[in-house]
Design a protein. Structure first.
Length: 466
């Protein structure tokens, strides 16, 4: 196991002229307590006229840094949202580890940092939660866990931009902001790449039938079965692919992630877990239906999904699983289902989403809330442990970051994480491109229909990769 807590020293530039934007700029210092490993941040507020243009400029400007997390809600209306867009770049400290003791290492890092932290939990952290091992093929070779404390942070809500820089580099705020405004996006010509399936359609059907035998025998009630699509010796432009994917899907949890030569280009519609104050919120997705351009057909598709007994049973089983997971850290009697099987509409699909909440004590560890609910129920099954064993047996590829979670911790002890689905992963050094899709298998599943659902979910990824 590798545990790296790296501090980087930044050479300060000459003092900047802070009168460049006198009518739109406010300066003040953040009020959380200075920690011996955590310098204070300087906070600057600015007014942004055209937020869509600015987001594009911000994303392209970020590419000069080794570590990048860019979050975009695409202005999707949702009750629980702190920001419309976030950019975190340039690690001051970081943690990178395999699954062994990963949650405890993350807990120590988060409690010591007491600052904004951005990063991911890969699906294979299940091996830290339970006695599992992952022996499936891995063409991406991402660390199992990676988080960093950014030197530079941009938080956009409406037209209000909040810039937070660590004090060691706060003299760069104005020059960086001017650089962002002068950044122009670029369009690249991308070669088409050959996409291959890790398992064939016939193999998929055979494996789903094996899973159905486990279900009929009573070992599990439901399991999420996934398959990988990939390309070897592939060279792509990550920012170009991400923007095309995001334009097609416009999801509420879009993410561009970069760690040196490892990329996640994510168009996820699903939230894994959010904590705001004492409230914890989970929003599992189970149930998918295609969109139609003709309004009557589209409304019928939505209504059929809402009334589909198989889709509802899938969703309700995972709701029960999530209720149980949240109960491990919840104050007794506070686990509730706020929404059950509600249909949400996205650019390409309708989705059935439920919202499950709980309350926790102020003293409850943030990482413990994550550990006791991970991996998320929507990407595993019920009962969770049995489902994960069967998933590991039947799937051909190591999931890695796919069906894991990307998000952030705040200095106020809150967090927000998505579910990594509808995403493309790219290792530029290995020239390996990968995306996976899956569906929930229950006793009512038809293997052919499940395969078609997977292809529906993969449509956007195929389109942007040519």
């Amino acid at each position: 196991m590798n545990f790296l807590l790296n501090a980087f020293v930044l050479t300060k530039k000459r003092a900047k002229n802070f009168n460049l934007f006198p009518s739109t700029t406010k300066y003040f210092y953040c009020n959380f307590e200075c920690h011996k490993k955590q310098p204070l941040r300087t906070i600057v507020e600015k007014q942004i006229d055209n937020t869509e243009v600015f987001k594009n400029q911000l994303l392209h400007w970020s590419q000069q840094f080794r570590e990048v997390v860019f979050l975009d809600s695409n202005n999707y209306h949702q009750k629980q949202s702190s920001f419309d867009c976030v950019l975190a770049v340039d690690a001051f400290t970081s943690i990178k580890t395999d699954y062994q003791n990963a949650f405890e290492d993350l807990k120590q890092y988060q409690q010591q940092s007491k600052d904004w932290l951005f990063g991911y939990l890969s699906y294979d952290l299940k091996n830290d939660v339970e006695e599992f091992h992952s022996n499936n093929f891995d063409g991406l070779h991402f660390p199992d866990l990676f988080f960093f404390q950014p030197k530079k942070l941009f938080l956009l809500k409406g037209n209000q931009l909040e810039v937070q820089y660590l004090r060691l580099c706060d003299d760069e705020i104005e020059s960086d902001f001017l650089d962002v405004l002068q950044t122009t996006g670029f369009i690249t010509l991308r070669p088409e790449i050959k996409i291959e399936q890790r398992i064939s359609k016939d193999e998929y059907v055979s494996k789903v039938n094996k899973m159905l035998k486990y279900i009929h025998r009573g070992d599990i009630y439901e399991a999420n079965f996934c398959m990988e699509f990939y390309s070897e010796n592939a060279t792509v432009e990550p920012i170009d692919i991400y923007q095309k994917l995001n334009t097609i899907s416009k999801p509420p949890f879009a993410i561009f992630f970069k760690n040196n030569q490892q990329y996640l280009l994510c168009a996820s519609p699903e939230r894994y877990l959010r904590k705001e104050g004492n409230k914890v919120i989970s929003q599992p997705i189970k149930g998918t239906a295609k969109r139609f351009s003709e309004e009557t057909l589209d409304n019928n598709s939505k209504k059929e999904l809402e009334q589909n007994p198989k889709e509802r049973s899938e969703n309700i089983m995972i709701v029960d699983l999530v209720r149980n997971d949240l109960s491990h850290t919840a104050i007794k009697g506070t686990v509730e289902v706020e929404e059950l099987c509600v249909i949400y509409t996205f650019e390409q699909v309708h989705q059935m989403i439920s919202t499950v909440v709980s309350n926790v004590e102020n003293t409850t560890s943030l990482v413990e809330i994550l550990r006791t609910t991970f991996p998320m129920g929507s990407m595993t099954g019920a009962p969770k442990i049995s489902a994960m064993k069967i998933i590991e047996e039947l799937e051909e590829s190591k999931r890695g970051l796919y069906s894991g979670a990307v998000g952030y911790f705040t200095p106020d002890n809150d967090f927000d994480f998505n579910v990594v689905i509808r995403s493309i992963l790219y290792n530029a050094k290995e020239k390996y491109v990968s995306f996976s899709v899956g569906s929930a298998i229950t006793s009512q599943s038809n293997p052919e229909h499940e395969y078609e659902e997977c292809l529906l979910k993969a449509k956007a990824m195929f389109e942007v990769l040519g």
